[in-house]
Design a protein around this ligand. Structure first.
Ligand code: PHE
Length: 345
């Protein structure tokens, strides 16, 4: 019997337990009422009296070892479970934490859409400076010196010079890029000019001292007013609604002649009258016209050979119409509650 006990010492010592199941198996096999130790104590009753003392000592040692093992296995398992719960902080039943990847700014969404529509009509995209001279912002665009039309665009001046056309200012529209483009490129020119512009206006829900414009310019042989109308009609249908109608109202810009404001039929109420269109059924979206021959001459293009049209619109205005936004200031406040609404737009 001593041999059997000796072998069991080795066995109990070498047992490895890695789960609660293993632990329970160990307990049943050695310690439970039907376990090996119990059998051994039964067998012990039959041991000869002169050996009882020696065998009894060994048997008690084996029992202690088995109980010690059970205790340390239990503790090790509990500690392991604690570690995985607390220190790694994992609860696999919790819902996944939302992953905010950021959203595209609504003005960028509109800009991308406008670019896309015009790209399919063959328009490229040009950039120009925001800090500009009077020449490119006004004089070359046929604003005569001290002409009241300059007052229409409340200008931020950076530097006054001796000669008016040299004054440095923040551009009040993207039309400055028209002149720069025509100076360097010979027709045909078919480009969009997009960017930030500045006007000294009181900030309100409808006006801001900085906003964005998209301007289009098409100069080639025999470009007509009909081309302007067709282009903007196609744009309005693509941008807003395929049933959108357009209306042209006579207007005035120093750099275009004739000039027209472009209205679209209200795509919210379909013309029956609502708050957006102030119950007129129409909303204004752009200024436009045929490029004034003086502008072509100032940019080095012969108006006898070439004609062109131009149009300009505010990205904020188009975006407000598109998404029903009532306050222009929201675009510049960076409030994530506003911006997150454009997730997936
Ligand atoms: N530049 C004009 C503005 O800011 C818009 C415009 C552009 C009008 C091109 C006609 C042609 O008001």
């Amino acid at each position: 019997m001593l041999d059997k006990i000796q072998a069991l010492f080795d066995e109990v010592n070498s047992v490895a337990v890695s789960s609660k199941d293993d632990l329970e198996k160990f307990r049943i096999k050695y310690i439970s009422r039907k376990g090996i130790l119990n059998d051994l104590f039964e067998e012990f009753k039959t041991v000869a009296n002169d050996q009882k003392r020696a065998v009894g000592q060994e048997l008690n040692k084996l029992k202690n070892l088995a109980e010690l093992q059970l205790k340390s296995f239990t503790e090790a398992l509990e500690q392991g479970a604690d570690e995985s719960n607390n220190s790694r902080g994992l609860d696999l039943t919790l819902p996944v934490a939302p992953n905010f990847a950021g959203t595209i700014h609504p003005l960028t969404l509109t800009r991308q859409r406008v670019l896309e529509i015009f790209a399919r009509m063959g328009f490229s995209h040009e950039d120009g400076p925001e800090v500009e001279t009077d020449w490119y912002n006004f004089t070359a665009l046929n604003f005569p010196e001290d002409h009241p039309a300059r007052e229409m665009q409340d200008t931020f001046f950076v530097e006054k010079k001796d000669v008016q056309k040299d004054d440095v200012l923040l551009r009040t529209h993207t039309s400055n890029v028209q002149v720069r483009l025509m100076e360097h490129k010979k027709p045909p020119i078919r480009s969009l000019m997009i960017g930030r512009v500045y006007r000294n206006e009181a900030i309100s829900a409808r006006a801001h001292c900085q906003f964005h414009q998209i301007e289009g310019l098409y100069v080639d042989k025999k470009v007509s007013f009909k081309d302007l109308k067709d282009t903007l009609y196609h744009f309005a249908k693509e941008m807003f609604d395929k049933d959108t109608k357009i209306r042209l109202r006579p207007s005035y810009f120093p750099f275009t002649e004739p000039s027209a404001e472009i209205d679209i039929s209200c795509f919210i109420c379909k013309g029956s009258g609502c708050n957006i269109c102030k119950h007129s059924g129409w909303v204004e979206i752009a200024g436009s016209g045929m490029v004034d021959p003086n502008v072509l001459i100032n940019s080095g293009i012969d108006p006898e050979e070439y004609t062109g049209f131009a149009f300009g619109m505010g990205i904020e205005r188009i975006t407000m119409l598109r998404y029903g936004i009532k306050d222009l200031r929201l675009f510049f406040e960076n409030d994530v509650r506003f911006l997150r609404q454009f997730e997936g737009a």
